[in-house]
Write a protein that binds this ligand. Structure first.
Ligand code: AMP
Ligand code: MG
Length: 331
């Protein structure tokens, strides 16, 4: 059930229920971060492997020490700059954070969402919320209440409607290691903005990097339709000329294909707008009964890199769940 009733959401959460939860990035599947029964339900409904840790959402920076300890000054600098907002920090956890949240690690992922309804809800609770994205493991992330309802209508207590997500892709995740700031996942805050504060971010080595995060899985965010990412859309269109093709493009249409099978992420060529529309457009294209979706590679700076990261994972055929961090750039 989709509803705007925040008090009803509070009632469900207080009874250890789980709800669809609006944030500026994507919709989360939220439950009490201190209640293992609620957290178990989240893993079950998402079919998410339990070795994948969850992000804890807090209502204000004053609550950070309730979930994390030994917080380095650079973490506070980043929090002061980007919170509330789509930056997740990996910090040493407080002992009472359930192992299920952190996948038995001694670190916890935490952020403050920049969404008025999410914050209003968190302010009515006396616990933080864990909220992974509200999609089945590896499928397209939800950016509207309707997307969540389509995935989980009968399995969750309600979807709290907070409109369309404004950022539209997941948070950027960074951690701290021996005075270095480590980039774990590209996301809604461009790396360049973080590096203004931290200097050059460290990218974990593919083989060594731990923990394994779902955002790092080879296949993720994937439509059901075959999906191809390319620098040369025309060439791929020729290759698939006998197929029913859909196109996901940045800012201009391709000739030789009915525009009803084409989606532009931003006619104005604005990467922020493009990121905000990415998942909704993937949902739309996936419903057109196409044989193949061909996506154009985005410009390789700012949010273009985050968009390309999601498109690369959407294009992967198999999900190798072991240590399979993706491709060239090591994410
Ligand atoms: P989701 O909310 O589905 O986008 O997933 C949350 C992301 O945060 C996943 O990629 C998690 O693996 C990552 N994450 C959560 N906790 C940690 C942690 N302690 N260390 C590294 N990554 C984490
Ligand atoms: Mg996710």
């Amino acid at each position: 059930m989709i509803s705007k009733d925040i008090n009803l959401a509070v009632q469900h959460l207080n009874k250890n229920g789980i709800i669809g939860f609006p944030t500026e990035t994507v919709y989360g599947l939220a439950g009490n971060a201190y209640e293992t029964s609620a957290i178990h339900k989240i893993f079950e409904v998402k079919k998410r492997p339990t070795f994948n840790p969850l992000i804890v959402h807090i209502k204000g920076i004053e609550d950070l020490t309730q979930v994390a300890q030994d917080i380095p000054p650079i973490a506070y600098e980043l929090a002061n700059e980007f919170w509330p907002g789509p930056l997740t920090l990996i910090l040493k956890k407080q002992p009472h954070i359930p192992d299920l949240v952190t996948a038995n690690q001694d670190t916890v992922a935490v952020r403050i969402p920049n969404h008025s309804i999410a914050l209003e809800l968190l302010n009515k609770l006396n616990y933080p919320l864990v909220a992974p994205s509200a999609n089945p493991f590896t499928s397209i992330s939800p950016t509207s209440a309707k997307h969540v309802e389509e995935y989980f209508s009968t399995q969750i207590d309600m979807v709290l409607d907070g409109g369309i997500c404004t950022a539209g892709i997941e948070s950027t995740i960074v951690g701290f290691n021996n005075n270095k700031v480590v980039l774990y996942r590209l996301g809604a805050i461009p790396v360049e903005a973080i590096e203004k504060i931290t200097g050059t971010l460290v990218v974990p080595n593919k083989k060594e990097s731990k923990p394994i995060t779902p955002g790092m899985f080879l296949k993720h965010y994937a439509p059901k339709t075959d999906f191809i990412l390319t620098r040369n859309v025309k060439e791929e269109m020729d290759w698939y000329s006998d197929k029913k093709i859909g196109l996901l493009l940045f800012n201009r249409h391709e000739a030789n294909l009915d525009t009803k099978y084409q989606r532009l992420l931003s006619e104005e060529g604005d990467l922020e707008i493009a990121a905000s529309k990415l998942y909704d457009v993937l949902h739309q294209l996936d419903k057109l009964n196409l044989d193949v979706i061909i996506a154009e590679r985005f410009p390789e700076y700012g949010l273009g890199n985050s968009i390309n990261d999601r498109l690369e994972r959407a294009a992967k055929k198999e999900n190798n769940i072991t240590n399979d961090l993706t491709t060239e750039n090591g994410f």
